[in-house]
Ligand binder design. Structure first.
Ligand SMILES: [Cu+2]
Length: 97
């Protein structure tokens, strides 16, 4: 149990409004401490208390808002990297596979 920072793939986001909706949905979950939704990489970097919530609950909130999310983290790396750099890293990883 403790704070976990993970990125998850979010689907169906088309614009900044979608990003705002997804962010609000995730922010409203008990146990979520911070969330950063990225439209370019279709991902959400979420910091949450694993004792209070889990990816399945977060996904349910995202689905309830009209979007979809993978419960398997894109990366478990919790580093202080800039979000934009991080997004590029994810894309590079995906393309490299
Ligand atoms: Cu939209």
């Amino acid at each position: 149990m403790g704070t976990v920072k993970q990125s998850f793939a979010v689907k169906n986001m088309m614009c900044a409004m979608c990003v705002a909706h997804v962010r609000k949905a995730i922010e409203g979950i008990d146990g979520v401490k911070d969330v950063n939704v990225n439209l370019a990489s279709n991902s959400a970097l979420i910091e949450y208390d694993s004792g209070k919530t889990d990816p399945q609950k977060i996904k349910e909130a995202v689905v309830a808002a009209g979007y979809d999310m993978d419960t398997t983290p894109l990366s478990g790396a919790a580093d202080g990297e800039d979000e934009k750099k991080k997004s590029k890293g994810f894309l590079a990883k995906l393309l490299g596979r």
